[in-house]
Ligand binder design. Sequence first.
Ligand SMILES: [Zn+2]
Length: 348
Amino acid sequence: MAGTLLLGGCAPAPDIWGNSLPPAPQVTSIYYRTETPAATFTLLPTTTLLPTKTFTPTRTPIPTTTITPTPSFKSIKRVLIVSFDGLRPDAIAAAPMENLQKLADGGAYSFTSDRTIAYPATSPSHASMLSGLCMEDHGVIYNKYFMYMGYSKGVDIFDLAHEAGLRTVMIVSKDKLRQMAEPETTDVFEIAYGEPAIVRAVLPQIDEGFGLMFIHFAGADNRGHKYGWMSGEYLKILRDGDEAFGEILKSLEENKLLDSTLIIITADHGGHDKNHIGLIIEDYRIPFIAYGPGVVQKELTLPMYTMDTAATAAYALGLPLQPDWDGIPVYEAFGFPQIATHEKDPCK
Ligand SMILES: [Zn+2]
């Protein structure tokens, strides 16, 4: 509140010397200025706020009432074994092979502890992979198919599956793989060269249904011998193979077979420079990926051998494990105790 003080006075009285003193101030009146009412500010409407974007929750809440049971080991009705010829485990990340990596991430895998037999060549090694036997027992001692040598000996996974009435399919990229299983035990045997041809051969077989299927991609081995293992050309064909495998996965899914199929991905050998003659560990080391119902997510670190693939497939299909097999099922891939292990190389 502001006010104005007005001062006024009368004539000054003389002092003792007769001089006039300055007039004494005297308050005459006090006026207060009438307060002018302050202007009332009418608040102008500020800019009308535009509605912000409707917030869309990014994560759909997981319904708590519906729980989809995880398919168990017992749901396995068929096995798909895929062999990438000459696939080194470290090439999966380097390529990258995204579908294989996805399966490894969601399943049980070994990138360091699985290996092939002492003669790391295509025919002897694939024979061990599918027969569960060391080379001396299956008799495929040459990396070439000589008709007179006959088929891989012993009871292999195709013998067992066919005997059990399962539909058996082999789609391979090298004709010498005919030696791995007798024609009587393979309902379908096709040779397809190149990734797209393999996919074209495999998809109708998935549509038709199968109990055991073996698919063989040869591209990486061919490129490895020509350009070198881990070369750009080698890795490129592995990416193509991974893409082809992705189409196979999609087909399994579309046929609603994915939650009852055990998939095993592996290789016959690795390689270095332009060979895989067994000079260094990279020639022997192979990947093993198991993915499917009941398979637990884990890295497998115990020593494994390629013969374990046949044994694991038989075990998963409920087929009788053969007493003379050198392979042991990878029980721990299904979360079971590994009741038997390889204390030493079973082929030595
Ligand atoms: Zn090979």
